[in-house]
Design a protein around this ligand. Structure first.
Ligand SMILES: [Zn+2]
Length: 478
């Protein structure tokens, strides 16, 4: 393949937020372009005036900006090219490759049912193709005249292999509505040719459009690009991925605190493989990506695996970077709290982030834990209280408070020594003291190493939180 020639595009319709499956298709296009040192372009297909909204265009572009996929040339807005589309349709009409049809949809159906009883797939019978006298003041659509000498449309799909459609599966399809607005298949061809697109990598649901589009390319005298149809993303049940299975809007993943690199890494592996490798740098994805290794079958979306990939990326990040990232994706309230701790006790905040980042899968989940530890528990986990707080615990807590208050050096050695000494004296296992301390410090018994937590919070704050639990127990408030 001539490397410099590759030009691909992703063309979303602004009728909703960017879908996770669409992002994968865009990513495959982007990786293909980067691999061949080609050009990746975006086109907004906003010609469906009833359903297209500016807010969706903005949301789609926000999602792309978040994951760092940008158009290499100015974004093409389809609705701005309508005059151009009309011109091309006039040319097709003049050359006889398209014609005006004055039949109403009801007439088309009635004639077809009469001549083809029992056939559910209605096709236009071509009545107006040879019309000599055009009626005046009657609305008309423009139909594409299927070439008479053509038996089938065959193409070599770069993922699906050889695909052929018999011409009988098609009819003289409409390329412009009676109000003059051009139809989807025509506009796609006109714009892809305008943008010099060489490879069309898109969702498999467009396979059915491909024969019509190939015939249009040929009729317009454009060179036909190569096609690659990517299989669907499926939910765990094997049906098309729906909102019941997982968040389908890309920006919802941002709100949950997924990292864009992790999401792209996961999506790249959804239907594409490079041996058994799961974690890829961006450079590796660009270097290894090829359509040869994109599967033909639908790929099943695995939310747990996505979380695992995200956790791998999170653990590699420095606390300061996780903090900065959290400010870009969390809600304002969480941001304000984090900023407050950052301003007053940056080192402690970073130490808590580092201590807890092994235990979370998403940045939001991590920062929820971090904020809870920073603020101290507002309540205690009821099950953990039942499991770990015995009648004697009150007394142990009191002794811990006294010993820790007396500590001159609140360091790892001393912090451990106090717990070990007390356990030995009362014949306890370490965990019988460690868990009540954890509950006092962070509200629950599951968490990181209790000694690390004591050191990060410091003597004064640790003692204060143990005192609160002690007071609660004494007052029988729990
Ligand atoms: Zn007609």
């Amino acid at each position: 393949m001539k490397q410099a020639s590759v030009r691909v595009r992703f063309a979303p319709s602004p009728t909703g937020h960017l879908h996770i499956g669409s992002l994968r298709t865009a990513l495959f296009n982007w990786l293909f372009a980067r691999h061949y040192k080609g050009v990746f372009l975006l086109r907004i297909e906003d010609t469906d005036l009833e359903r297209s909204k500016q807010e969706y265009t903005e949301s789609i572009l926000d999602a792309f900006a978040w994951v760092g996929i940008v158009s290499d040339e100015p974004i093409v807005i389809q609705s701005e090219r309508i005059a151009e589309h009309t011109k091309i349709i006039e040319t097709l009409l003049a050359s006889g490759k398209a014609y005006r049809c004055y039949c109403t949809p009801e007439q088309v159906v009635a004639r077809y049912e009469k001549n083809n009883p029992g056939d559910a797939f209605v096709k236009y019978d071509g009545l107006c193709r040879s019309l000599k006298n055009h009626p005046q003041d009657v609305p008309s659509v423009v139909r594409f005249a299927l070439p008479v000498d053509r038996q089938e449309v065959v193409f070599e799909d770069l993922i699906c292999g050889r695909v052929s459609f018999h011409i009988n599966q098609l009819d003289d399809f409409i390329i412009a509505r009676s109000d003059g607005r051009p139809m989807y298949n025509f506009v796609v061809v006109a714009d892809d040719a305008f943008m010099d697109i060489t490879h069309i990598i898109r969702a498999q649901e467009h396979l059915i459009n491909t024969p019509k589009q190939i015939l249009l390319y040929e009729a317009c005298g454009y060179s036909v690009p190569q096609f690659a149809h990517v299989s669907l993303i499926l939910g765990p049940g094997g049906d098309k991925l729906s909102k019941r299975d997982a968040a389908t809007s890309v920006l919802d993943y941002k709100k949950e605190g997924y990292l864009p690199e992790a999401l792209l890494n996961y999506l790249a592996r959804l239907g594409w493989a490079h041996g058994d490798q799961e974690i890829f740098s961006s450079a590796e994805l660009v270097s290894y990506f090829s359509l040869d290794h994109v599967g033909k079958k639908g790929a099943i979306f695995d939310a747990a695996k996505l979380q695992w990939v995200n956790a791998v990326y999170m653990r590699k990040m420095a606390a300061a970077d996780l903090y900065t990232y959290a400010l870009s994706c969390l809600d304002t309230r969480a941001q304000e709290k984090l900023k407050k701790y950052h301003a007053t006790n940056r080192q402690q905040l970073y130490a808590i982030i580092d201590l807890y980042k092994e235990r979370a899968h998403m940045v939001k989940e991590l920062m929820d834990m971090v904020l809870l530890v920073c603020e101290g528990p507002l309540e205690y986990n009821a099950q953990d209280l039942v499991a770990w707080i015995a009648p004697e615990t009150e007394q142990y807590l009191k002794e811990l408070i006294v010993s820790y208050t007396d500590c001159v050096q609140f360091d790892l050695e001393q912090v451990k020594h106090v717990v070990k000494h007390l356990a030995h004296r009362h014949g306890l296992k370490l965990v019988q003291l460690a868990q009540p301390i954890r509950i006092a410090l962070q509200g629950s018994s599951s968490g990181p190493g209790v000694f690390e937590l004591l050191l990060i919070l410091g003597k004064q704050e640790s003692v204060r939180r143990m005192q609160i639990l002690y007071d609660n127990l004494q007052n029988k408030a729990l």
